[in-house]
Design a protein around this ligand. Structure first.
Ligand code: C5P
Length: 209
């Protein structure tokens, strides 16, 4: 059986939590596509010491190992910014395209979260959900996640960081962040994690029939 769930939306809207819960409930494989761009961004920073050469980054993108994708430092704010810079480079997106497309149509069902899953990676996905939340709520959530490693980090700093990243992701020429025309919108601003997950599960269950 091929069944794809495409989850898109801005940073810290709840995509990861929802995707993991869906994957567990329906037995789907889960790919956090942001981790691909984060891994490329972090590698490119190391190689280029801040100056990212698109050709180098693209070569890196095609050669990511499991170790690269599971590095502890991928979740930092710096990795997020580096990711969104390399993600605007067409050769980087091109290098990651086939892997994601194949993943989306694998047997047994798959859920992918990112920015362009419903629009570019898998426009034929059976379910597309665009997850959003207010900027302030997203910044609070992300700050809570990051503060154990960075005790001085304020919600205000995270808010600036998220807005910069969202603006870059939405404005780029290739595969900008936007809802697919047929995506269902899920605003998690006022929802608890459990309620957001329950809504997503219900939407998917309805499509599965
Ligand atoms: O989802 P996450 O915040 O980990 O993604 C990090 C960055 O990777 C995003 O800000 C975006 O620039 C990029 N990205 C992308 N397309 C995707 C997933 C992530 O451009 N499908």
């Amino acid at each position: 059986m091929k069944f794809t769930v495409a989850i898109d939306g801005p940073a810290a809207a709840g995509k990861g939590t929802i995707s993991r819960a869906v994957a567990e409930k329906f037995g789907f494989a889960y790919l956090d596509t942001g981790s691909l761009y984060r891994a490329v961004g972090v590698k490119a920073l190391e190689i280029g010491r801040g100056v990212i050469d698109p050709v180098v980054a693209a070569r890196v993108a095609g050669n990511l190992s499991d170790t690269d994708l599971n590095r502890d430092d991928l979740r930092t704010g710096m990795a997020g910014q580096a990711a969104s810079k390399v993600a605007a480079m067409p050769p980087v997106r091109e290098a990651l395209l086939e892997f994601q497309k194949d993943y989306a149509r694998r047997e047994g069902g798959a859920i992918l979260d990112g920015r362009d899953i419903g629009t570019v990676i898998c426009p034929e996905a059976e379910v597309k959900i665009y997850v959003t939340a207010s900027d302030e709520v997203r910044a609070e959530r992300r700050q809570k996640e990051l503060v154990p490693d960075k005790p001085d980090l304020t919600v205000g700093q995270v808010l600036i960081d998220l807005r910069a990243r969202d603006a870059r992701d939405a404005a780029r020429d290739v595969a900008p962040m936007k809802p697919a025309q047929d995506a269902l919108l899920l605003d998690t601003t006022k929802l608890s994690i459990d309620a957001a997950v329950a809504e997503a599960l219900a939407l998917i269950q309805k499509r599965i029939g």
